[in-house]
Design a protein around this ligand. Sequence first.
Ligand code: PMP
Length: 281
Amino acid sequence: MNILLNNRIISRESFTVDLEDRGFQFGDGIYEVIRIYDGFFFEWEAHLERLVRSAKELMLPLPTAIHTLYQNLQLLMKDSKITNGTVYIQVTRGAAPRFHAFPKETEPTLVAYVREMQRPLEQMRNGIKTITTEDIRWLRVDIKSLNLLGNVLAKQKAVEQGGAEAILIRDGIVTEGSSSNLFAIKGKQCFTHPANHLILNGITRQVVLRLLNNSELTLHETSFTLDELLEMDEVFITNTGQEVCPVIQIDDSVIGKGTPGVYTRQLQSAFEALLGAVIPS
Ligand code: PMP
């Protein structure tokens, strides 16, 4: 596998992490994951815009201009010969003697690599079981930072209990999944947590919001409780890898009839239609 290091493509074997890289020691950095469908970076403008925003929020200078980064990612994808997968991009504040405050003259480190990935069709068709757990993360999860321990511990708990995702609850309010946004439908009303500092404003979430504009559902970007969630007719999660994925169980509660709901299926079809539309043949 080859990787992008700042402006160069090098082999994975020749890449080393500096002992004092601030990403390694402090988690002082940001990342993005962009989906590649048929050799096309899906929603890449939105992902790179979010990367820029995350960098700005952390006062982290990006090592290359965004259009250069995009060109480099194209080269990296071609080099990888992978046409269906993801590209992971990470930028850290670079290496400097360990001291919490920002170092003065450190160059940031950008790395990116491509991995093959197939669509998780089984989960998308049949839905997933989930668990709930307390949202113990910091209060700026709108920034896509490398600090993912709260997310890691939540997902681990889900896996240990045979679930595919952990739904996070802060002060009784449903925020999002450990690596996804969450939507819930009651009647023709669709609810999702507002995009503030308590959730990551997912790119897939934003695509689904656009799709909802053309559906018979009325969207409410408003918070709701776990008790309310368990009473919903349909629940689904969204993220770059799982697209629109139905949730059929939360802890011991079955959602709806225990099968993916009709509106969730409609949104999945609309999402697929969009893929057809955005992928140049
Ligand atoms: N929330 C969290 C906590 C996530 O980790 C992710 C996945 N990156 C998302 C939401 C969904 O974001 P996206 O649709 O951009 O993948």
